[in-house]
Structure formats: C-alpha cells, structure tokens
Ligand binder design. Structure first.
Ligand SMILES: Cc1ncc(COP(=O)(O)O)c(C=O)c1O
Length: 412
C-alpha cells in the first residue's frame, strides 16, 4: 500500500516552495551570519537587524490580558466588541453606506475560505488575477472549485480591465454564482494597487452582470495598512459601496500585518450588502461555515483589538508605530525600484507593500543562482518575488544589480 489518501482530484505538492526557500535562507544565516545573507523570502515585516517587528503597543496589550481573556471560547462569529472595533480598523475614516456585517475568522485565509464556500458552488471557477497569492488555488481546490485568471497587466503595464471584463462575462455565462478575488492595495506578489480609474472600470463590468446572476467581489486587503496614506488607500470603498443588488462586496480584512499578529490568527470578513436581509444572511451562513471548520476564532487577538479601539491614546500609539514601520517599508520598496531602474532590471508595476516582482523565464534557476551568492528570493509563477518587508533598505538597494547579474550569467 503506497497511499492511504483520498486525493479527490487535488494536486498536493510534496514541498511548499516558500517554506523551502525560507529554510535555505535560514540555513545560510546560521552558516555565514545575518550580514552575509539577504533573506528576502518571508512575507512578514523584519527590522534592519533581521528581527520580526512586533508593534510594542500591541505586545503590551497582549501581555496585559487576563487568563479568561485568552482561554475562554469566543463566540463563533467573534466577540461583539471585536466585531465593532474591526470595522473601525477596516474602514478608517470612510463611513460605509451599505448594510454591514462582520464575522471574525482565524486570519484572512479563513475569510477567503468562507467567502468561496458560501458564494460559489462545487465545480465553479473562482476568478482572480494571474499574479496572485498561491493559497487561493489551494483553498478553491480543497472545496472542489477551480481558479480562472485574467491577465493582471496589459502590454503597457496597466491594470488589464479589458481581460477582467472578458473573463467576468465568460464565467458568468456558465455559472449561477461567481466569486471574484482582487488583492489590492499592495498586491502580493506585485505591490500593485488598483487606481481609482481601475476601480471605475471594475465597477462598469460588475454593473453589466445580468441581474439574475450573483457575484461576490472578495477584496483581499491583507496589506492595506502598509500601502500608503490610510485615507488615500481607502478611497476605493466609495466605488464598491453602491454596487447593484446582485453584487456582494466582501472585505477580507486581516489583523496579521496590520497589528503584527500573524500567528495569533485574527481577521474579519465584512460584507457591504444592499439590503439588511443579505447582511443578516451573510452573518448566518459564514458563522455556520466557521462552526464546521474551526469553530471559535482565537479570543486573545480579538480582545487586544477591542481594547485598542476603546482607548484613543493607545490607538494613537499603535497608529504611530505602524506609520513608522510603513515608512521604513515604503523606503525599502523605493530603494529597490530606484536601483532596478539604474541597472535596467524589469519589475512588474509596483506601488507599495511587502513585495516586488521581477518577471523572468526560469525562476527556479534564477533563485538557485542567487542562492549561491547568499541572496534568497521566492520563485513565483513566471518570476521571482522579492520581499522588501524582510530585507533592510541597504540590502534592497544591493539586490537589483545582483539579480540582473545572475540573469545575465544564466543567459551566457
Ligand atoms: C495576499 C494575501 N492574502 C491573505 C493573506 C492571509 O493572511 P492571514 O491568513 O495570515 O490573515 C496573506 C498572507 O500572507 C496574503 O499574502
């Protein structure tokens, strides 16, 4: 007997490429020391000394929790205080006009999972951009759905609204339901953020979805609080706040990056519904799904976020600390871009965030070649992903020329 598993059509790789690359980088750090190694693999924010950044203000609240604050079960949909506080975090100064419902989930991953489970059918295709976070496919496959991609960029490097429109119309002809996932602002892996014009084009396409069909627009905003000015990066909410009744916007708002609570597993899925019935139904079905998958989401991070929003001084402290980390990150991205331009290294359109993407033909070989020089990146589709979140500004400045040289070496 070689296998006991019911694979059910899923393709399960033997090794996760991201974790394999991280392991190689860590191995090099232990052999050669942190100064000799550029580890641009990890999707978390590290300081210039290579230490994970945890907001001190958040850490303080976490350490203040009483045993019952973390040990007791939270309600399946999240604690009432958290469900209110997370709306303030997600919308910032924007005041939504739609009917809102928030359901707490253990991470943005879980929000995306529930959205797919409840707004598409087995056998359906989920639509997303070709440059996307790989787990979308894993989550869809686990629930017997597939992924269809539209080209994210056209020949001019602009958001490809024509292909988005084409793919939405193609899929909606054959499916009763359509889940569309857009990861913006500060997309993983490209760092692209949809402009307001991109958003108007997305809205135009959604306005043309026939009323007898239903679409859920899942906005994966995992990086929104590191994408730029907090008000500016939220301007697009106005566009999705008044869509037609057959389109349901769902925000997958994660606390992982925003509060540096990656491992604490906390997020909320938030709908902007056209009617109170649809909002209430959203709460009901997603709570049902949560019960079936993980039951209660962790209480500790919910308690922390509730306390932050109950105390304006504490909130100001968290926001100031985050702003500092965001400036550091934006400076690293800028440094990488400047040096890439100087040495003629092509990148995909980048605006902000944790990652920059360098397109190339053979990402595995390029990563291996760079690994020989103690620079570690992730092979990602038809390119290599550089985590500027994980490397110092000085290392972000050095990387483009190293990548360019490695590419040329491989072409020889
Ligand atoms: C694009 C994107 N979406 C969602 C997530 C989900 O994060 P979490 O489940 O930790 O909230 C991540 C995390 O890396 C991500 O990169």
């Amino acid at each position: 007997m070689k296998s006991m598993v019911a694979y059910n059509g899923r393709e399960i790789p033997k090794e996760d490429k991201v974790f394999a690359a991280c392991a190689k980088a860590q191995d090099a750090v232990s052999k050669f020391g942190p100064d000799e190694v550029i580890n641009a693999t990890v999707g978390a924010l590290y300081d210039d000394e290579g230490q994970l950044i945890v907001l001190k203000s958040v850490d303080k609240v976490m350490k203040d929790l009483a045993p019952a604050d973390y040990a007791a079960y939270a309600p399946i949909a999240g604690t009432p205080g958290f469900r209110k506080a997370i709306l303030k975090a997600a919308f910032g100064s924007y005041e939504p006009k739609s009917y809102i419902c928030a359901v707490g989930t253990p991470g943005g991953t879980a929000s995306i999972r529930n959205a797919i489970a409840n707004y598409s059918c087995p056998g359906d295709k989920i639509l997303t951009h070709n440059w996307h976070w790989a787990p979308y496919k894993t989550i869809a496959a686990e629930m017997y759905r597939g992924i269809e991609c539209f080209e994210m960029f056209d020949e001019e490097g602009c958001f490809n609204t024509a292909d988005f429109d084409y793919k939405v119309k193609k899929l909606i002809r054959n499916q009763e339901h359509l889940v569309i996932i857009l990861n913006t602002p500060a997309n993983n892996p490209t760092g692209y953020s949809l402009s307001m014009d991109d958003w108007y084009a997305v809205k135009k396409t959604l306005d043309e979805v026939p009323l007898e069909k239903k679409a859920a627009l899942v906005l994966d905003t995992a990086y929104i609080d590191f994408a730029g000015d907090p008000d500016e990066v939220r301007q697009f909410f106005a566009v999705i706040d008044n869509l037609r009744s057959n389109i349901l916007p769902i925000i997958a708002y994660s606390a992982s990056k925003t509060f540096t609570l990656y491992g604490a597993r906390c997020a909320a899925m938030i709908c902007l519904a056209h009617s109170p019935e649809v909002a209430e139904e959203f709460g009901m079905v997603n709570t049902f799904s949560s019960r079936a998958c993980w039951s209660n989401p962790p209480r500790a991070p919910q308690e922390v976020i509730e306390r932050i929003y109950a105390d304006e001084h504490l909130l100001a402290e968290v926001e100031a600390e985050r702003a500092e980390a965001r400036s550091m990150l934006l400076a690293r991205g800028k440094a990488f871009e400047e040096e890439a331009a100087k040495c003629g290294l092509k990148t995909l359109p980048f605006r902000a965030g944790f990652f920059v993407m360098v397109p190339c033909d053979d990402p595995d070989r390029l990563c291996d070649k760079l690994g020989e020089k103690n620079a570690f990146l992730i092979p990602f589709g038809k390119g290599v992903r550089v985590s500027v979140a994980a490397a110092s500004e000085e290392k972000c400045r050095r990387l483009p020329a190293m990548i360019k040289a490695a590419m040329e070496e491989l072409q020889r």
